[in-house]
Design a protein around this ligand. Structure first.
Ligand SMILES: [Zn+2]
Length: 266
Protein backbone atom coordinates (compact mmCIF):
# COMPACT_ATOMS: atom_id res chain seq x y z
CA UNK A 1 0.00 0.00 0.00
CA UNK A 2 1.53 3.29 -1.09
CA UNK A 3 0.40 6.41 0.78
CA UNK A 4 2.09 9.34 -0.95
CA UNK A 5 5.79 8.84 -0.26
CA UNK A 6 5.18 6.40 2.60
CA UNK A 7 4.67 2.67 2.05
CA UNK A 8 2.88 0.17 4.29
CA UNK A 9 3.69 -3.55 4.06
CA UNK A 10 1.98 -6.45 5.85
CA UNK A 11 4.35 -8.46 8.03
CA UNK A 12 3.07 -11.94 8.79
CA UNK A 13 3.88 -13.79 12.01
CA UNK A 14 1.34 -16.61 12.19
CA UNK A 15 -2.29 -17.41 12.64
CA UNK A 16 -4.98 -17.68 15.30
CA UNK A 17 -7.95 -19.94 14.67
CA UNK A 18 -11.27 -20.06 16.51
CA UNK A 19 -14.78 -21.35 15.83
CA UNK A 20 -16.76 -18.36 14.48
CA UNK A 21 -19.78 -18.84 16.77
CA UNK A 22 -17.49 -19.08 19.80
CA UNK A 23 -15.36 -16.02 18.99
CA UNK A 24 -18.55 -14.06 18.21
CA UNK A 25 -20.52 -15.28 21.20
CA UNK A 26 -24.26 -15.30 20.57
CA UNK A 27 -24.04 -15.64 16.77
CA UNK A 28 -25.27 -18.79 15.00
CA UNK A 29 -24.58 -20.58 11.72
CA UNK A 30 -27.51 -18.89 10.02
CA UNK A 31 -26.11 -15.44 10.76
CA UNK A 32 -22.79 -16.53 9.29
CA UNK A 33 -24.36 -17.79 6.06
CA UNK A 34 -23.89 -14.46 4.18
CA UNK A 35 -20.34 -14.07 5.57
CA UNK A 36 -18.75 -17.36 4.45
CA UNK A 37 -15.92 -15.48 2.78
CA UNK A 38 -14.54 -14.66 6.22
CA UNK A 39 -14.49 -18.35 7.24
CA UNK A 40 -12.34 -21.35 6.37
CA UNK A 41 -13.99 -24.37 4.74
CA UNK A 42 -14.48 -25.92 8.18
CA UNK A 43 -16.34 -22.89 9.61
CA UNK A 44 -13.33 -21.68 11.58
CA UNK A 45 -12.25 -18.06 11.65
CA UNK A 46 -8.70 -17.50 10.58
CA UNK A 47 -7.13 -14.44 12.16
CA UNK A 48 -3.72 -13.61 10.81
CA UNK A 49 -1.11 -12.46 13.34
CA UNK A 50 1.59 -9.92 12.64
CA UNK A 51 2.06 -6.24 12.08
CA UNK A 52 2.67 -3.57 9.47
CA UNK A 53 5.91 -2.01 8.32
CA UNK A 54 5.74 1.71 7.56
CA UNK A 55 8.67 2.91 5.44
CA UNK A 56 9.32 6.60 5.29
CA UNK A 57 9.24 9.46 5.29
CA UNK A 58 13.02 9.52 4.87
CA UNK A 59 14.92 6.60 6.34
CA UNK A 60 12.50 5.82 9.14
CA UNK A 61 11.21 2.24 9.35
CA UNK A 62 8.38 1.76 11.81
CA UNK A 63 6.89 -1.57 12.82
CA UNK A 64 3.27 -1.23 13.98
CA UNK A 65 2.63 -4.23 16.28
CA UNK A 66 5.03 -7.09 16.78
CA UNK A 67 3.03 -10.32 16.49
CA UNK A 68 2.85 -13.32 18.80
CA UNK A 69 6.59 -13.78 19.10
CA UNK A 70 9.30 -16.40 18.66
CA UNK A 71 7.01 -19.32 19.48
CA UNK A 72 6.25 -21.76 16.71
CA UNK A 73 4.25 -24.13 18.94
CA UNK A 74 0.51 -23.91 19.37
CA UNK A 75 -0.64 -21.59 22.19
CA UNK A 76 -4.15 -21.97 23.56
CA UNK A 77 -5.90 -18.89 24.94
CA UNK A 78 -9.58 -18.09 25.37
CA UNK A 79 -11.56 -18.99 22.28
CA UNK A 80 -8.68 -19.99 20.03
CA UNK A 81 -5.27 -21.38 19.26
CA UNK A 82 -2.33 -19.21 18.27
CA UNK A 83 0.75 -20.03 16.25
CA UNK A 84 3.49 -17.50 15.50
CA UNK A 85 7.20 -17.48 14.85
CA UNK A 86 7.47 -16.04 11.34
CA UNK A 87 7.82 -12.27 11.82
CA UNK A 88 11.59 -11.95 11.42
CA UNK A 89 11.46 -14.18 8.32
CA UNK A 90 8.73 -11.96 6.90
CA UNK A 91 10.81 -8.85 7.60
CA UNK A 92 13.83 -10.48 5.96
CA UNK A 93 11.85 -11.33 2.83
CA UNK A 94 10.92 -7.62 2.70
CA UNK A 95 14.62 -6.77 2.91
CA UNK A 96 14.52 -5.52 6.51
CA UNK A 97 16.91 -6.59 9.29
CA UNK A 98 15.99 -6.11 12.96
CA UNK A 99 18.62 -3.36 13.30
CA UNK A 100 16.99 -1.41 10.44
CA UNK A 101 13.81 -0.81 12.45
CA UNK A 102 13.84 2.71 13.94
CA UNK A 103 10.47 2.64 15.76
CA UNK A 104 8.05 0.06 17.11
CA UNK A 105 4.51 1.31 17.82
CA UNK A 106 2.05 -0.90 19.72
CA UNK A 107 -1.68 -0.42 18.99
CA UNK A 108 -2.23 -2.06 22.38
CA UNK A 109 -0.35 -4.41 24.69
CA UNK A 110 -2.09 -7.76 24.20
CA UNK A 111 0.45 -10.59 24.01
CA UNK A 112 -0.23 -11.25 20.31
CA UNK A 113 0.85 -7.68 19.41
CA UNK A 114 4.08 -7.33 21.39
CA UNK A 115 5.57 -10.82 21.04
CA UNK A 116 8.67 -9.97 19.02
CA UNK A 117 9.64 -6.89 21.06
CA UNK A 118 11.94 -9.01 23.20
CA UNK A 119 13.18 -12.59 23.12
CA UNK A 120 14.17 -14.11 26.48
CA UNK A 121 14.96 -10.70 27.91
CA UNK A 122 16.85 -9.38 24.86
CA UNK A 123 15.50 -6.53 22.76
CA UNK A 124 14.91 -7.88 19.23
CA UNK A 125 15.13 -4.48 17.45
CA UNK A 126 18.36 -3.05 18.88
CA UNK A 127 18.08 0.47 17.44
CA UNK A 128 14.34 1.05 17.83
CA UNK A 129 12.42 3.31 20.16
CA UNK A 130 9.26 1.57 21.40
CA UNK A 131 5.99 3.43 21.93
CA UNK A 132 2.63 2.58 23.52
CA UNK A 133 -0.35 4.28 25.13
CA UNK A 134 0.19 5.19 28.79
CA UNK A 135 -3.17 3.66 29.78
CA UNK A 136 -2.18 0.24 28.43
CA UNK A 137 1.20 0.33 30.15
CA UNK A 138 -0.69 0.94 33.39
CA UNK A 139 -3.43 -1.62 32.67
CA UNK A 140 -1.04 -4.48 31.85
CA UNK A 141 1.43 -3.85 34.68
CA UNK A 142 1.87 -7.19 36.47
CA UNK A 143 0.20 -9.18 33.66
CA UNK A 144 2.06 -12.49 33.57
CA UNK A 145 2.13 -12.65 29.77
CA UNK A 146 2.87 -8.98 29.08
CA UNK A 147 5.26 -7.84 31.78
CA UNK A 148 8.10 -10.28 30.96
CA UNK A 149 8.06 -9.02 27.35
CA UNK A 150 7.79 -5.31 28.25
CA UNK A 151 10.16 -5.08 31.25
CA UNK A 152 13.40 -5.21 29.20
CA UNK A 153 12.11 -2.27 27.10
CA UNK A 154 11.82 0.11 30.07
CA UNK A 155 14.70 2.41 29.04
CA UNK A 156 13.61 2.48 25.42
CA UNK A 157 9.88 2.93 25.89
CA UNK A 158 7.97 6.17 25.36
CA UNK A 159 4.26 6.58 25.99
CA UNK A 160 1.56 8.80 24.56
CA UNK A 161 -1.78 9.78 26.10
CA UNK A 162 -3.54 12.02 23.58
CA UNK A 163 -4.57 11.59 19.97
CA UNK A 164 -2.29 13.47 17.58
CA UNK A 165 1.01 13.30 15.71
CA UNK A 166 3.42 10.65 17.01
CA UNK A 167 6.11 10.43 14.32
CA UNK A 168 6.54 12.00 10.89
CA UNK A 169 3.76 10.47 8.78
CA UNK A 170 2.20 8.66 11.76
CA UNK A 171 -0.62 9.94 13.98
CA UNK A 172 -2.36 8.05 16.78
CA UNK A 173 -6.09 8.13 17.47
CA UNK A 174 -7.46 7.00 20.84
CA UNK A 175 -9.92 4.14 20.30
CA UNK A 176 -10.53 2.69 23.78
CA UNK A 177 -12.60 -0.36 24.70
CA UNK A 178 -10.70 -3.38 23.42
CA UNK A 179 -8.10 -2.22 25.94
CA UNK A 180 -7.99 1.12 27.82
CA UNK A 181 -5.23 2.45 25.54
CA UNK A 182 -6.39 0.80 22.32
CA UNK A 183 -5.26 2.96 19.40
CA UNK A 184 -5.81 3.43 15.67
CA UNK A 185 -2.62 4.34 13.79
CA UNK A 186 -3.09 6.82 10.97
CA UNK A 187 -0.45 6.76 8.24
CA UNK A 188 -0.50 9.83 6.05
CA UNK A 189 1.43 11.65 3.38
CA UNK A 190 0.14 14.81 1.74
CA UNK A 191 -3.64 14.39 1.42
CA UNK A 192 -3.55 10.55 1.40
CA UNK A 193 -4.06 8.44 4.49
CA UNK A 194 -4.64 4.87 5.60
CA UNK A 195 -5.73 3.47 8.97
CA UNK A 196 -4.25 0.57 10.90
CA UNK A 197 -7.02 -0.49 13.26
CA UNK A 198 -5.14 -2.68 15.73
CA UNK A 199 -7.83 -4.78 17.43
CA UNK A 200 -10.58 -2.13 17.30
CA UNK A 201 -11.90 -4.51 14.63
CA UNK A 202 -10.77 -8.18 14.46
CA UNK A 203 -12.55 -9.24 11.27
CA UNK A 204 -14.10 -7.00 8.56
CA UNK A 205 -17.48 -8.58 9.45
CA UNK A 206 -17.58 -6.22 12.48
CA UNK A 207 -17.58 -3.25 10.11
CA UNK A 208 -20.72 -4.62 8.44
CA UNK A 209 -22.74 -5.45 11.53
CA UNK A 210 -22.64 -3.04 14.50
CA UNK A 211 -23.98 -5.68 16.89
CA UNK A 212 -21.22 -8.22 16.43
CA UNK A 213 -18.43 -8.16 18.96
CA UNK A 214 -15.62 -10.64 19.37
CA UNK A 215 -14.70 -11.95 22.79
CA UNK A 216 -11.74 -10.30 24.47
CA UNK A 217 -12.73 -6.63 24.73
CA UNK A 218 -11.80 -5.28 28.17
CA UNK A 219 -14.82 -2.92 28.09
CA UNK A 220 -17.31 -4.36 25.54
CA UNK A 221 -19.73 -1.39 25.64
CA UNK A 222 -17.00 1.19 25.10
CA UNK A 223 -15.43 -1.00 22.39
CA UNK A 224 -18.77 -1.11 20.59
CA UNK A 225 -19.20 2.68 20.73
CA UNK A 226 -15.67 3.11 19.39
CA UNK A 227 -16.33 0.65 16.53
CA UNK A 228 -19.64 2.29 15.63
CA UNK A 229 -18.00 5.73 15.53
CA UNK A 230 -15.30 4.29 13.28
CA UNK A 231 -17.74 2.72 10.80
CA UNK A 232 -19.69 6.00 10.63
CA UNK A 233 -16.46 7.80 9.82
CA UNK A 234 -15.34 5.26 7.21
CA UNK A 235 -18.64 4.60 5.47
CA UNK A 236 -18.48 5.84 1.94
CA UNK A 237 -15.00 7.31 2.28
CA UNK A 238 -12.26 5.87 0.18
CA UNK A 239 -9.88 5.47 3.13
CA UNK A 240 -8.00 2.15 3.02
CA UNK A 241 -7.98 0.31 6.34
CA UNK A 242 -6.32 -2.83 7.62
CA UNK A 243 -6.19 -4.46 11.02
CA UNK A 244 -3.72 -6.73 12.77
CA UNK A 245 -5.89 -9.85 12.28
CA UNK A 246 -7.61 -9.28 8.94
CA UNK A 247 -7.30 -12.28 6.58
CA UNK A 248 -4.04 -11.93 4.66
CA UNK A 249 -3.44 -8.59 6.46
CA UNK A 250 -4.76 -6.94 3.31
CA UNK A 251 -6.24 -3.46 3.06
CA UNK A 252 -9.86 -2.86 2.14
CA UNK A 253 -12.46 -0.11 2.04
CA UNK A 254 -15.90 0.17 3.61
CA UNK A 255 -18.22 1.20 0.80
CA UNK A 256 -21.89 2.05 1.22
CA UNK A 257 -24.57 1.44 -1.43
CA UNK A 258 -28.36 1.04 -1.25
CA UNK A 259 -28.35 1.34 2.52
CA UNK A 260 -25.88 -1.50 2.90
CA UNK A 261 -22.24 -1.52 3.79
CA UNK A 262 -19.86 -3.61 1.77
CA UNK A 263 -16.27 -4.59 2.47
CA UNK A 264 -14.14 -4.43 -0.65
CA UNK A 265 -10.59 -5.76 -0.54
CA UNK A 266 -7.95 -3.74 -2.38
ZN1 LIG B 1 -4.95 -9.21 18.84
Amino acid sequence: MQIGDVSVEAIYDGVMRAPATVFYRGTDEQQWAPHQRFLDADGMMRFDLGGFLVRGPGNSITLVDAGLGPRSGLVRDGAGTFQGGELLNSLASNGVKPEDVTNVVFTHLHFDHIGWATNEGQIVFPKATFRCHAHDLEHFRGNERVQPIMDPLADRLETWSDSGPLLPGIDVMNAPGHTPGSTIVVVSSGTSRALLLGDVVHCPVELLDDEWAGVGDVDPELAKRTRTALTRELEGTDTPVAAAHFPGLVFGRLLAAQGRRNWVVD
